[in-house]
Design a protein around this ligand. Structure first.
Ligand code: NAI
Ligand code: UGA
Length: 473
């Protein structure tokens, strides 16, 4: 069952860290990560890795050049590998049939066609990306449409890591899920993949299923996780009107061992590249299968998340006396969660957009997000108002600061958008003294000490805390 050469196509948030951990634990296996993006590969080969992930540098620097390699020579690496992981992006389709819901499989399709074209012997192709159920069937057709009778075995091995804790999650996974064909060659391929994971993962945590269960389980896991957040966020709205405290409710509910305490932290709304896209993918699947009630059930998780974000920005406008036009509002945090520089689908993006529509001036600080990335997001998500008033300039509407105190200077309101630890220990008296009065804080993550802030003089609004409305109304 031993394997000596593997590769991963797609050197992103999943491909890079996952392969680095495999290389660390399987020193006899040559691991190569390939990508079509030269700049991405150059960064993986430099001292400035393309993604920020605690503990990642140590693992990459330990293995790179020994048994971990990064390259753009996709074709030769495919030929040289026994197992090919594919971890390219699978975003939501933006056009055509299923637009706005279905997964766009264009990148996967290109990769599968290329493997079929250049492979010179049998290969195991592993679905690492999150894919719609029965993708393996379509990919098998693409791969086997080669006239050289080369056999490809397809496995589903979804990834469950979360950004910000990727190295920990990969090192101590809750489970490794491997879906394969029940045939002899299918089970042999499953055995090869198991051999890799057994280097550091306990046998009991390796779960074998059929291909379709594995593909579906990944969508369902993300749907369940996001559902918990939307559930507690829906309750946060009830708390604000009743005097209940959402953190206390989450604690009380989560102490029931059948429910559990994790993923019950109320917030300004979940972000990240996957929850929304994977749920929409599930919704599309249900609609395609003629199950509208099931589709509507899961779609509600997204509707509730959009509601939570809108509720937050409306609250800001309302508290600032129904006008934020020309007022400076500081967004602390632009990443979709702490300990990552990833901004995909971040709640900050939506709040910025909604506030800019009200003609607020926005100041943004994030300890990890590159200002260039913020500019890119503004373009991609069409955040700026389509028409500027005469005399208005974009650089007057939006400023990106590298110093947190400068970001708060002369601000009317501060919004905690990402739960970065550094925001807990800011010098709030200093910030207060340099803000416009009355000074407001909107804690979208419930990480600050609200009573202390009120003593300083701030008006505080916190998600799911009735005391906010007591103070404000
Ligand atoms: N980001 C996350 O935390 C997780 C993501 N996933 C899933 O893993 C998959 C990948 O996600 P990310 O790593 O976040 O995406 P990403 O966007 O960070 O990386 C994808 C990479 O694939 C490369 N690529 C695209 N087409 C290619 C081709 N034809 N040949 C070679 N390289 C190509 C891109 O240049 C990019 O660097 C998605 O399906 C996602 O749903 C699963 C678990 C966690
Ligand atoms: O498929 C994926 O991409 C991954 O999606 C999530 O991982 P990730 O999006 O990186 O991060 P999470 O920790 O799940 O956070 C997602 C969002 O939910 C928010 N969140 C999380 C937990 C919580 O209690 N409350 C809450 O608002 C976070 O702030 C963040 O915006 C899942 O946790 C991973 O298991 C999965 O592999």
């Amino acid at each position: 069952m031993e394997v000596s050469r593997i590769c991963c196509i797609g050197a992103g948030y999943v491909g890079g860290p996952t392969m680095a951990i495999i290389a660390k634990h399987c020193p006899t296996v040559k691991v190569t990560v390939v990508d079509i993006s030269q700049s991405q590969i150059d960064k993986w080969n430099s001292n400035n890795l393309p993604i920020y992930e605690p503990g990642l540098e140590e693992v990459v620097f330990e293995c790179r050049g020994k048994n971990l390699f990064f390259s753009t020579d996709v074709d030769n690496v495919i030929r040289d590998s026994e197992i090919i992981f594919v971890s390219v992006n699978t975003p939501t389709k933006k056009f055509g049939i299923g637009a706005g819901k279905a997964a766009d499989l264009k990148y996967w399709d290109i990769v599968a066609r290329n493997i079929a074209k250049v492979a010179n012997g049998p290969k195991v192709v592993v679905e690492k990306s999150t894919l719609p159920v029965r993708t393996a069937q379509s990919m098998a057709k693409v791969l086997h449409a080669n006239d050289r009778k080369i056999h490809f075995e397809i496995l589903s091995n979804p990834e469950f890591l979360a950004e910000g804790t990727a190295i920990h999650d990969l090192t101590y996974p809750d489970r490794i899920l491997i879906g394969g064909n029940p045939t002899e060659s299918g089970q042999k391929a499953v055995g090869q993949l198991e051999w890799i994971y057994r280097h550091w993962v306990d046998d009991k945590k390796i779960l074998r299923t059929n291909l379709w269960s594995s593909e579906l389980s990944k969508l369902v896991a993300n749907a369940f996780l996001a559902q918990r957040i939307s559930s507690i966020n829906s309750i946060s709205a009830v708390c604000e009107r009743t005097g209940a405290d959402v953190d206390e409710v989450a604690r009380a509910v989560g102490m029931d061992s059948r429910i559990g305490p994790k993923f019950l932290k109320s917030s300004v709304g979940f972000g990240g590249s996957c929850f929304q896209k994977d749920i929409l993918n599930l919704v599309y699947l249900c609609e395609s299968l003629g199950l509208p009630e099931v589709a509507a059930y899961w779609e509600q998780v997204i509707i509730m998340n959009d509601y939570q974000k809108r509720r937050f920005s409306r609250q800001i406008v309302k508290c600032l006396f129904n006008t934020v036009s020309g007022k400076k509002i500081t967004l602390l945090g632009f990443a979709f969660k702490k300990d990552t520089g990833d901004t995909r689908e971040s709640a900050s993006i939506y709040i910025a957009k909604q506030l800019l529509e009200e003609r607020a001036r926005i100041s943004i600080f994030d300890p990890q997000v590159d200002p260039g990335q913020i500019d890119q997001d503004f373009l991609e998500y069409s955040i700026l108002p389509t028409e500027l008033k005469s005399g208005e300039r974009v650089d007057q509407l939006v400023t990106k600061e590298t110093d947190v105190y400068a970001a708060c200077e002369n601000s009317h309101a501060i919004c905690i958008m990402t739960e970065w630890d550094m925001f807990r220990t800011l010098d709030f008296p200093r910030i207060f003294s340099r803000m416009e009065k009355p000074a407001f804080i909107f804690d979208g993550r419930n990480i600050l000490k609200h009573d202390e802030l009120r003593k300083i003089g701030f008006n505080v609004f916190a998600i799911g805390k009735a005391s906010a409305s007591d103070t404000l109304f």
